[in-house]
Design a protein around this ligand. Structure first.
Ligand code: DGJ
Length: 724
């Protein structure tokens, strides 16, 4: 049993693999958080931590007993009733009064997790506690849902708010969770970035006041990932306590860590409150996305491995998660929009015998799409470029033993398109103003049923007729204006979230209509790489930046939460199109082999080196593919902290491992030294490349010297096999 309820103590104890999470119901029926950390005995007595809870720190007393407001650790913090920190919920009643006072009512335990009914993807899984709280003045109920994963260090949380009264109420904020910690010397880890520099790790000291990550762009975004971690003093990659919080949501998000004047720390995470409000009329309810909490007592490394197992076991489609993925050649960096039928057919022919499995035709195959200024939204084949249609290309692929893949961008439209000319009101734009364009495109209003149904039909037909076994779903701008012509004034604040529900509905429809097709997500690179998207897309295009050095950082940042099998990583030409850097084919391949390998250049004029190396590289990749799909990742060094990166993927049974070492700048070191974590310390391992057999204990503690790296931006890889 992962959830135990002590009725006498009015205490709920949630126990996962290595953690406990405990809260209780106070005498005046508030939910008060008691503990989150290393696992405690099921009957652990925490009653000494019970406090009477003041609802107001000005009066500082309740039932005549003085209480400090810092004693408040509400499981779901509420505004304007004595707690002056950032609230989880902000709700106004029909008169505009911004006060709620939820008190405990009852609980229920479900053996199977209830899914979110509004269509936000959530993890599959097990035992779930639902606690009902109620505010009898405004007749609104709050359900807090907790799902414990007994096999992992994961606890998910979300909330539902239901109006069971006759009067309207308006939510101005509804977070997925709030979580209070006693005063501690935490540091806060966030992932910031930009287009082509996604997922840059930043670790800041806790300050009095707030550290806020998140954005209101309508997309989880390149700029901030929906993830934050609290690191206790001394915690690092391999040791110390970490509390991770990953929000499974693809729209605007908000993560706030607040330290109050006496040091108490609050974490809240959920949909960004800017551009959000939700009207609840009688009987209506609102469901928040799910937040995935992870506790690690062995640093960031253990946290990441827990998240990886979680996303692989409970989020990514089981039909694909462990299945070898195709090695693709994508046309984008090679051709951009400048291709014709012959170029594509010649490309397909050139791939014969290369080891590449799928040819992907990226942007530019439809409408008047000769550059990014026109044609988006017109989902019919550009016959000037492709007189034989997609069929001729996909048939040729099949003839030479390849699969065919296709790019789509269903959410967007160029103003210079037939679709826009027919329906200028179908885009998100402000009344009486010209729409703001970005990359020359507008966003279709997916909160509108008519728009969504039209695109569903279009996309269904395109995919059905394409002969594709792989689809790349792109989305290349963020949301402005935030006005829908189809929503009444009082519901305009619902647009961003309704839009995202529309995206999820389309993704659900297409992925279930074509269950054998592998869908890869993309948003101008990793601009919407989040846990919710992994529900539909087993892999995601990590970044438009394919430079090997920059990728060591971007892929590291992603690997904090997402498994290597979810990161799509391509080898492209040098000098790199983004930053002009020149790295060797060896290095580009070794870094791309930290995820799902692919290629991205014009293969019609491959160099002799490429012709010879690529088939060999793909063979080698297949020999370690099971480790990329299913292995445990141990990061020993990273390029945020040093001149080197060193990671190892270890099979679950610890019989095999694959090490990637990367050196940025050549140094005076004659030979780099590394220690290898994650091995069985009682077994011996043969290291193929070095002709050595050493104990797992030796490799972990004494380490080994690698052969000297051949210069700047160079790599060494090692293949380890247990011999005893
Ligand atoms: C952005 C993507 O990240 C690229 O890979 C490519 O598909 C372009 N869009 C096409 O417009």
């Amino acid at each position: 049993m992962s959830i135990t309820v002590n009725h006498e103590k009015k205490q709920f104890h949630l126990r996962g693999k290595d953690f406990s999470y405990v809260f209780h119901v106070t005498e005046n029926r508030y939910l008060n958080h008691l503990y989150y950390g290393k696992v405690l005995a099921e009957d652990a007595d925490l009653t000494y931590r019970y406090q009477k809870i003041a609802v107001n720190d000005f009066c500082g007393q309740i039932d005549g007993t003085p209480v400090k407001y810092t004693a408040l650790k509400p499981e779901y913090s509420q505004a304007n009733y004595g707690d002056f920190r950032d609230p989880a919920i902000f709700l106004q009643d029909e008169l505009g009064a911004p006060v709620v006072d939820f008190r405990y009512d009852s609980y229920e335990i479900y053996p199977e997790k209830p899914l979110i009914s509004s269509g936000i993807p959530s993890a599959r899984g097990g035992e779930t506690l639902a606690v009902r709280l109620f505010d009898p003045v405004i007749h609104v109920e709050l359900i807090l849902l907790y799902t414990v994963y007994e096999d992992l260090n994961i606890l998910t949380r979300r909330a539902e708010i239901r109006n069971i009264g006759e009067k309207k109420v308006r939510l101005q904020r509804a977070m997925s969770l709030s979580l209070d910690f006693p005063a501690d010397n935490f540091r806060v880890l966030t992932l910031h970035g930009n287009h082509a520099t996604e997922c840059q790790r930043e670790i800041s000291p806790l300050v009095h006041g707030q550290i806020i990550s998140g954005n209101s762009r309508g997309f989880s975004s390149h700029q901030s990932s929906p993830f934050v971690a609290l690191m206790r003093a001394g915690a690092d990659e391999e040791q110390g306590e970490i509390f991770g919080c990953n929000l499974m949501y693809s729209g605007s998000h908000y993560e706030c860590v607040e330290q109050d004047p006496v040091g108490t720390v609050r974490l809240i995470a959920g949909i960004h409150p800017l551009n959000f409000s939700w009207l609840l009329t009688e009987g209506e309810r609102f469901e928040t996305p799910e937040a995935v909490l992870c506790f690690s007592d062995e640093g960031l490394g253990k946290m990441s491995r827990s998240y990886h197992d979680f996303f692989r076991r409970y989020v990514i489609n089981p039909a694909f998660v462990e299945k070898p993925r195709p090695v693709v050649l994508n046309s984008w960096e090679g051709f951009r929009f400048r291709f014709d039928n012959k170029m594509l057919l010649d490309t397909v022919d050139a791939l014969k015998g290369s080891g590449i499995d799928v040819f992907v035709l990226d942007d530019g195959w439809f409408g008047a799409r000769n550059d990014d200024r026109a044609g988006l939204g017109d989902w019919y084949v550009n016959r000037e470029k492709l007189p034989g249609g997609l069929k001729e290309i996909s048939d040729r692929c099949r003839e030479v033993g390849l699969g065919f893949g296709l790019w789509i961008e269903p959410e967007m439209v160029n103003p210079d398109s037939d679709l826009y000319r027919a329906h200028p009101d179908w885009v998100i734009r402000a009344p009486g103003r010209e729409p703001v364009v970005s990359r020359n495109q507008c966003i279709l209003d997916f909160s509108r049923r008519d728009v969504l149904e039209y695109i569903k039909k279009q996309m269904y037909e395109v995919i059905r007729d394409s002969g594709a076994c792989y689809i790349k779903w792109d989305a290349n701008r963020h949301m402005t204006e935030n006005y829908s012509s189809a929503l009444p004034a009082e519901r305009q604040g619902e647009l961003q979230h309704r839009y995202m529900l529309g995206v999820y509905e389309l993704a659900e429809y297409l992925t279930t209509s074509f269950p054998d097709i592998l869908f890869e997500g993309c948003s101008g690179g990793g601009g919407r790489f989040d846990g919710a998207m992994l529900h539909y897309f087993p892999q995601y295009w990590t970044s438009d930046n394919t430079d090997a050095h920059d990728r060591t950082m971007i892929q590291y940042g992603n690997s904090l939460c997402y498994p290597p099998c979810s990161q799509s990583c391509h080898v492209s030409k040098v000098p790199n199109q983004r930053n002009g850097r020149v790295t060797s084919l060896r290095t580009r391949t070794d870094i791309a082999c930290r995820g799902i390998l692919g290629y991205e250049f014009d293969v019609r004029n491959m160099t002799e080196e490429e012709k010879k190396s690529i088939p060999e590289d793909i063979k080698k990749y297949h020999s370690i593919e099971d480790l990329i799909l299913k292995g445990d990742l141990y990061r020993m060094k990273n390029t945020f902290d040093s001149n080197e990166m060193c990671e190892v993927l270890v099979s679950k049974d610890k019989s095999r491992a694959y090490v990637t070492y990367y050196q940025c700048m050549n140094t005076h070191k004659t030979t780099p030294d590394i220690r290898i974590n994650g091995l069985d310390e009682k077994r011996k391992y043969q290291i193929a490349e070095l002709g050595l057999t050493l104990g797992g204990d030796v490799l972990k503690n004494a380490g080994i010297s690698l052969p000297k790296c051949p210069g700047d931006f160079s790599t060494v890889t090692l293949t380890l096999t247990a011999v005893e």
